[in-house]
Design a protein around this ligand. Structure first.
Ligand code: NAP
Length: 220
């Protein structure tokens, strides 16, 4: 599939991680829109302060107009995501399952990673798992230009190969070395509590961690 170059990024969620990604994306030269479940006028001020240069909009407009979407809402809200609005879209899922803080959610207690469950809710979305295994503050602190020593790697898992490539370029532009982890089932190796989660790894370390991963990737 011939991919359109990403110039516009839409972020669902104006919280800690959504606004950190927005700031990095703006620095990298993307045009950025942010939406929550609230009307744009209710979040305009917070967007202006936390991600100067980003535009507050509606979720509908964001899903329609963005080349790339980032889903950065609490995971407990995943069923509120509009499957038809996100159909055909490349969307990064940064949402994590934190049972101790969010409470246990039966949907996420099985063998599947949370992204595989989200993909079931968004069957026509080209869902990509990445940016979930780095803290929001590190997105800005640890970003480095390509080729700089000590550049942190971020893994990317998705069933859609072209979407993986597109997101790899975005990750590179944000200041990180993208590592192709393969299909979405590999998201199990990026979950909360995995060796990769929260670890600052160079590309070769990430590749080693994924190839010698302790997570059993058995389809369910
Ligand atoms: N914090 C981190 O370092 C980090 C890193 C990687 C991944 N994550 C994951 O990313 C997700 C967001 O984390 P966060 O720390 O940014 O959370 P947060 O600060 O609580 O922000 C969540 C944002 O989502 C919005 N929201 C809630 N329901 C929504 C809906 N139905 N549609 C659109 N927007 C909605 C909220 O708006 P209202 O305030 O109006 O409800 C808020 O702006 C979580 O799943 C978390 O596990 C977090």
């Amino acid at each position: 599939m011939l991919e359109r170059k990403v110039t516009s990024v839409g972020i669902l969620g104006a919280g800690k991680v959504g606004t950190a990604i927005a700031r990095q994306a703006i620095r990298a030269g993307y045009s950025v829109a942010i939406a929550t479940a609230k009307p744009p006028e209710d979040i305009a001020l917070i967007v202006e302060f936390t991600a100067p240069g980003a535009i507050a909009t509606t979720a509908e407009a964001l899903m329609r107009d963005s080349d790339l979407i980032v889903i950065a809402v609490p995971l407990a809200k995943y069923r509120t995501l509009d499957a038809s609005g996100l159909a055909g879209k490349v969307a990064i899922d940064v949402m994590n399952y934190w049972a101790p803080t969010d409470g246990a959610i039966a949907d996420f207690e099985g063998a599947r990673s949370s992204s595989e469950v989200v993909q079931l809710h968004l069957p026509e979305t080209r869902l990509v798992r990445t940016l979930n295994h780095i803290g929001y503050h590190e997105l800005e602190q640890n970003a480095l230009a390509a080729g700089r020593p000590g550049r942190q790697a971020l893994a990317i898992a998705a069933n859609d190969v072209a979407a993986r490539r597109l997101v790899a370029d975005f990750i590179d532009q944000l200041g990180f070395d993208p590592v192709d982890a393969g299909p979405l089932i590999a998201a199990r190796a990026l979950q909360v509590g995995s060796p990769v989660f929260g670890a600052r790894l160079a590309r070769f370390e990430m590749e080693n961690a994924l190839s010698f991963g302790t997570v059993e990737l058995i389809p369910v």
